[in-house]
Design a protein around this ligand. Sequence first.
Ligand code: COA
Length: 181
Amino acid sequence: MVTQPVFQTERLVLRPLDPRDDGQFWRLRSDPLVIQWADGAPWPNLERAREERLKLQVGMDACKWYFWALSEGPAGPLIGTVCLWNFTTNRKDCEIGFELFPSRQGKGLMTEAVGAVLSWAWSALFLEGVSALTNRENLPSVRFLQRCGFVSAPIPESWELVEVEAENQVYYRLDRPRFLT
Ligand SMILES: CC(C)(COP(=O)(O)OP(=O)(O)OC[C@H]1O[C@@H](n2cnc3c(N)ncnc32)[C@H](O)[C@@H]1OP(=O)(O)O)[C@@H](O)C(=O)NCCC(=O)NCCS
């Protein structure tokens, strides 16, 4: 099992969630612009953020998933998150998730964060590919995935999405870079 590292990029620190992030995490997950394409209702209170942080920590301790809080500098507030989750049984593939406060979008910060996560994931987790599922109308997310090199493909049959969801979703995949194989 590979434990989750902390990353420092040019502008960001990618680190575990901290109890001090609960307020920002709640604001992030109740921001209509951030959650408009996500399942579920906006989080109603700080307690919901605390519960989610504790749940995420249990999964991280078991290396079931990896979840990073993004901040600008080591002591900065949470501005977004990146996660690798939904690993296949053979741990060769997983899904990626990402979200940024609207005020922090349009600056290339998520490209920087996901670049750090993926270069680690290829070499430390030996992944063969990373998948992303997004709503076809979520154009910032589609543009972001394409910018990172993800390519659209049919949704794998093993994903068992209900029909109506599948109609709205587009599947993107990034294969392990050839120079690493
Ligand atoms: C998906 C999401 C993270 C993309 O955010 P983003 O700000 O577009 O992505 P980046 O941080 O990589 O920024 C890239 C943008 O900044 C611009 N930019 C400005 N300065 C830049 C720099 N120094 N380097 C790179 N890009 C820069 C790019 O041109 C690009 O803008 P464009 O898409 O208009 O061309 C964001 O829209 C989001 O959080 N959405 C809500 C949550 C969500 O839907 N998540 C996906 C669920 S599947």
